[in-house]
Design a protein around this ligand. Structure first.
Ligand SMILES: NC(=O)c1ccc[n+]([C@@H]2O[C@H](COP(=O)([O-])OP(=O)(O)OC[C@H]3O[C@@H](n4cnc5c(N)ncnc54)[C@H](O)[C@@H]3O)[C@@H](O)[C@H]2O)c1
Length: 347
């Protein structure tokens, strides 16, 4: 059987630590084409991977390359156009989170996926963690009962990736759309994707171009000047149909002891949290806590494997474009609520 030909649009950080190793680990595929607007990075990656096709423009890549599937891992402001170009050229598309800059863009992408019948998967990689997968199974087998409250967060003491991430015109937002989106999406998925009704959101930009030594993200971007016109800390309370509520918080910079992430899920039969994954429930009127064993999973490897499975087997993806649209609607509403200081209804 001939191998699935893979094209990469955007060969920056996550392409290098996430997508490339994941495709290289899958014997069913080969990377045949790459694209990046940064010529130096494009040529270095061409050399590194030994691929023949390298493009500076994704429209040219879609017109000329016979690749079957693509990963879109560019700045957020080109997710929509690169994805649509791929779908229209008949390619299956895995687009990084956040799906787009806004719900309007995400809806456009999803509409083209439906029109063309091409596979569109959103890179919500957090769903693939061993803990998230096991917790989802516990929820689906009824161990937590009716889930009515979820709390989650992705918090960094100092971790503003700077560069384009902190430039609203290219990112669409800061900590919330960058890392809060993982916690938000994973929670919403664990809750069984309830319909969002309204949002109260709060955002701050307190640190800007902080000078204290901290973690470095996207190392090749730290020297780039940035506008810092985005949130470095956001929180939100989201109300869903069925009397369900989600609290989500995310920060790139916050005066906490250390960076951490958490997930808590509360139902009327049991509660659960990670890390590690623990279940809190009653057994014959005794309160019991159970630590659930989980697998160590490389998120992008699991995500890419699922993408290729769906492509080859014609299966529906567990991360469809519709999910990306709903998450973008919630993100839009959080930012709007923070700006207007009012509760925002989601249609
Ligand atoms: N799932 C995750 O855990 C995860 C982690 C990091 C980043 N991401 C997402 O991946 C995307 C890329 O992030 P990154 O950290 O790799 O950023 P990066 O800046 O390191 O890499 C992005 C690359 O895209 C290129 N690019 C920008 N616009 C382009 C265009 N129009 N056409 C072709 N190339 C273009 C840039 O030159 C750069 O090389 C973002 O959407 C980000 O949110 C996801």
């Amino acid at each position: 059987m001939s191998k699935v030909k893979v094209g990469l649009v955007g060969v920056g950080s996550v392409a290098h630590w996430g997508h490339i190793p994941a495709y290289q680990a899958d014997p069913r595929v080969e990377i045949t084409a790459i694209c990046d607007i940064n010529e130096e990075r494009l040529m270095a990656t061409k050399e590194e991977l030994g691929v023949k096709e390298a493009y500076l423009d994704f429209n040219e890549m879609m017109a000329k390359s016979d690749c079957d599937v693509i990963s879109v891992a560019t700045w957020n402001n080109s997710h929509k156009d690169a994805t649509i170009a791929g779908l229209r050229a008949g390619k299956a598309v895995l687009v990084e989170k956040p799906m787009a800059m806004s719900a309007k863009e995400a809806e456009e992408m999803n509409k083209v996926a439906k029109e063309t019948g091409s596979l569109l998967m959103v890179g919500f990689c957090s769903r693939f963690s061993g803990e998230a997968m096991e917790l989802k199974k516990l929820i689906e087998s009824g161990h937590l009962g009716d889930i009515y409250y979820v709390k989650t967060g992705y918090l960094r003491r100092r971790g503003n990736p700077k560069g384009w991430f902190a430039d609203k015109a290219r990112s669409g937002g800061g900590a919330l759309i960058d890392i809060g989106v993982h916690a938000l999406d994973r929670s919403w998925w664990l809750m069984g994707k309830p319909k969002p009704i309204s949002v109260m959101g709060f955002s701050w930009n307190k640190f800007g171009d902080y000078k204290s030594v901290g973690d470095v993200y996207s190392a090749d971007l730290v020297d780039e000047e940035s506008n810092f016109d985005v949130d470095d800390h956001s929180i939100a309370l989201i109300r869903f149909e069925g009397d369900k509520t989600l609290f989500v918080e995310s920060s790139w910079a916050q005066n906490i002891k250390e960076s951490y992430g958490y997930q808590e899920v509360y139902g009327d039969k049991g509660g659960a949290k990670f890390h590690p994954l623990e279940l809190f429930t009653d057994l014959d009127n005794n309160q019991v806590n159970v630590q659930i064993p989980t697998r160590n999973v490389t998120l992008h490897t699991a995500e890419v494997k699922h993408f290729i499975d769906c492509y080859l087997e014609g299966k529906e993806t567990m991360n469809p474009g519709e999910d990306g649209v709903t998450i973008m609607k919630i993100l839009d509403a959080i930012y709007e609520s923070a700006r207007t200081q009012k509760e925002v209804l989601i249609k």
